[in-house]
Design a protein around this ligand. Structure first.
Ligand code: OXD
Length: 309
């Protein structure tokens, strides 16, 4: 009996300590030190390399170390009936909301413009925006999007949400499907993107669709980099159609040093830190899933392989 764990080297000590404390009877092996592959009955981690899980004959379950599972589906040899679970952690959800609120208020309160005035040593008052008229739009109405909308409601902004399938949320105007996308983007001054990356969402926000946003709109992305076409976003920022962007996720991570986003005056970059998965809060659900997998019971927060999230 052993769990195979794979994560960023910086996180490994905290995770192995937390898992060993909760499961003292189970050996935690850290990738790539697999040992005898027959011993591994559960995998926990991020981006196991292509084909590696198929080589574990006694594997009973896979736990993604994040809310997103796009990294799981990059493996074309993923064992067909392997149960897969994602993290759903209220602490992480709150963290994501904080990052979103930070950036919504940053743009709403014209912080980039005031920082520039400060750098120029200029005392100058800009026309004050009205929160009553700042229309926020959320793409992705799952745990994370729903929670952030509930918090943003407290600020009084007019709220809307878009999802692939129809959803109803109190106090939020909802749009759905291909037909709902244009009217949703047309009414959105600050767009928050929290969709999963799937074949259906890749490159969704391209030049044409970014142009459906009103002039001066802002884009906040904490979903996945591949939802937005980078060059199209830069073109819309440069043309003045878009007012700014706050980005936490990128097509390639770490964001390459030469990428235009690093030095673009209208782009705020953070290094995929909006909602880290912390051992302190997420380890218990992983342990519960380990026990469920071994007992042949359904995992908590299961991933639907057809939808890919
Ligand atoms: C996640 C992430 O999927 O941090 O949880 O991106």
């Amino acid at each position: 009996m052993a769990i195979l764990f794979k994560a960023d080297p910086d996180d490994i000590a905290a995770w192995t300590r937390a898992l060993e404390a909760l499961l003292p009877e189970v050996e935690i092996r850290v990738w790539p030190e697999i040992g005898n592959p027959n011993d591994i009955d559960f995998c926990v981690g991020w981006a196991f390399p292509q084909g590696s899980l198929a080589k574990l004959p006694n594997l009973r379950g896979l736990q993604s170390l994040g809310a997103g599972v796009d990294h799981v589906f990059r493996d074309s040899a993923l064992p067909p009936n392997l149960p897969i679970s994602r993290i759903v952690d209220p602490s992480m959800t709150e963290d994501m909301t904080h990052w979103i609120v930070l950036n919504v208020l940053r743009f709403h309160k014209q912080d980039p413009e005031y920082r520039k005035l400060q750098a120029d040593g200029r005392w100058h008052e800009l026309p004050a925006p009205m929160w009553q008229k700042r229309r926020i739009g959320m793409m992705g109405l799952g745990e994370l999007g729903g929670h952030a909308l509930a918090r943003l409601k407290l600020f009084g902004f007019p709220l809307a949400g878009w999802s692939r399938t129809k959803k109803k949320i109190d106090g939020v105007e909802t749009f759905f499907g291909d037909d709902g996308l244009k009217p949703f983007l047309n009414r959105t001054d600050i767009l928050i993107v929290l969709l999963p990356h799937t074949p259906a969402t890749e490159d969704l926000l391209n030049r044409k669709r970014l142009a459906w946003l009103p002039k001066g709109a802002y884009v906040i992305n904490a979903g996945r980099g591949k939802l937005i076409v980078d060059e199209d976003l830069v073109a819309q920022l440069d043309s003045g159609h878009l007012g700014g962007a706050a980005l936490d996720v990128f097509r390639e991570e770490p964001l390459p040093a030469s990428h235009a986003f690093w030095r673009h005056p209208k782009v705020v970059v953070t290094p995929h830190v909006s909602a880290p998965t912390l051992a302190a809060t997420a380890a218990p659900q992983i342990v519960e899933n380990y026990r469920r997998a071994l007992g042949g019971r359904p995992l908590l927060h299961p991933v639907d392989r057809d939808r890919r999230y």
